[in-house]
Design a protein around this ligand. Sequence first.
Ligand code: SF4
Length: 509
Amino acid sequence: MNPSGILARSKESLQNEFLRAAVRFTQDRLRNKKQAVTSEFGHWEEWRERGRQIREHTVSHLDYYLQQFADKVRQTGGQVYFAVDGDEASRIALEIAKKHRAKRIVKSKSMVSEEVHLNRHLQEAGMEVVETDLGEYIVQLAEELPSHIIIPAIHKNRQQIKDLFTAAGGEHLTTDTKDLTAFARRTMREKFSQADVGITGCNFGIANTGSVVLFTNEGNADMVTNLPPVHIVMMGMERLLPTLADLEVFANLLPRSATGQSVITYMSMITGPRQVQERDGAKELHVIIVDNGRSRQLGDAHFQEILHCIRCGACLNVCPVYRQIGGHSYGSVYPGPIGAVLTPLLHPGPEYADLPYASSLCGACWEACPVKIPLHHMLVSLRARSVAAGYNPPVEKLIFKAYGAIFARPGRYRFAFSVARFGQQPLVHDGTISARLGPLTGWTAHRDAPSLAEVPFRQRWQTLQQELGHPPADPADDKATNSASKDARGAQQNSDVRMQKQQGDVGHE
Ligand code: SF4
C-alpha cells in the first residue's frame, strides 16, 4: 500500500471544516434535486435499465462502433487519431497545436485531458492554456485537481475565489458573486477572441453520424468550438452511442443524474468542421480517441462495465466516504466511488491500490448510477486483486490468517475471547474501550469501541435455555451450537421477548 496514500490525504481533508460543509451542502442539494426531477419524470428505473442496455451493447461492440465513428468523422471532413496512452494523446494534440503555431489555447471541461495531463504538456511547450468552464478556471488558477467531476471547485469559498481572481486579473474585486462572474466573463471573452485552438472533451460520440456531443451549463463549449480556427476533441474510447435515437435516453439520464436538471442548458452537436456554406464552426476538426488503459477492461468479467460510465458524478453525491473526505483525498482526477474503481484500473500498481478501501461497500453508488454500474462489487474485486498482487501490508495477511484460524474452531474461538476479555480489563471505561489500540488506533481515535461482554453470548444463551426449561448444551461439545440452535428455533417466540429485555445492560461480543 502507498504510505502517503488516501489515508494520509484524508487526515488533512478531515481537518478542513469548510470543505466538509461544502461537500455536505452540495451532496444534499444535488441529491434532493435529482430525487425531485426523477420522480416528476417518472419510470426512472425503466430509463436506467434502457441506459444500461445501450451502454452494454455499445461497449460489447466497441470495435465496430469505433470504426464506424472514425469513418464518419473522416467522411464529414474531420481527422481521427487513436492514442494508446496519455503521452501519445498529449503528443498528438501538441503537434496539431504546433502546426498552427498556437500561442493561446482555450479549453472547455474535459476529464480525459485532465487524466492525460494535457495542460502541462502544452504549457511546457510555451503555450498559454485557459480553462473556460468557471469551476475548472478556478481550479486551474489554484493549481489543483478538480474535487468533483461536475463541480470542480466545490471546495473553494467566495473569498478564496476572489483572491485567485484578484491575483490573476490584477484588479480589486469584491466577494459578490456577480462581481466574480463578471470578471470571469470579461477575462474569458478576451481569451476566446484571441485563441488559436479550442480543445473540448466529448460527452458522447454518435457512431452512425460521426457527431461529437457536448453538454454544458455555461455555453463556453460553443465559444471554444466556434471562435478558434482549430477544434481538437479529446475523448475516451468508450464514449460512443450507436445512434442519435440513443442520445435521447442519455439527454434525459445525464442532466437529471448529474445536477438534478430536467434538461441541460446547452447541448452542442458538432458534425465535421465548418463547411463552405456554413457561418460558424472551426475550420479544422481533430478527434483524438484515447485508450490509456480502457481497452484492458474489455472482456474482463469483473470490470468491463466500468466503461459504461457517463461521468455524471451521481455516485459522488451519495457516497458517505466522499461526504467526509472530499475529492482531493483520492489523489486522482476521478474522485469518489467512480474514481476509487477507475483510477486503479487505469493505473494498476501500488500507487492507487488503496483507493478501493475508501468505501463502506454500502452500494449507494450503484443505486444512484444511471447505468447501474455495480461499483461496490468492483471495489471488492479490486481489493482481492490488491491482495493477490501483494500490495497490502504483510501484517494484514497475518491478521486475517489468525482471524481465520480462530473462527474456524469453536474451542479456539472461546479460548481467544476469554483471553481478550481478561486482557481488555485495564482499557475498559464505562463499557467502552477508548484507549489507543496500536494498529486499531484509527478506529479508537475517533470513536469508542464497545468492550467485549463480561458474560459471553453463548453462556447467556445457555442460562436462558435453562430458565426456559431446555436441557443445557455441553460447552465442550462443538456440536452444541447446532443443537442449541435447533432448540432455539423451537423456543424462538418466547426467547425473543426475554432477550430483548436483557439487551442494553451488557456490552457486545
Ligand atoms: S459510475 Fe455511474 S454514477 Fe458514477 S459517474 Fe459513472 S455513470 Fe455516473
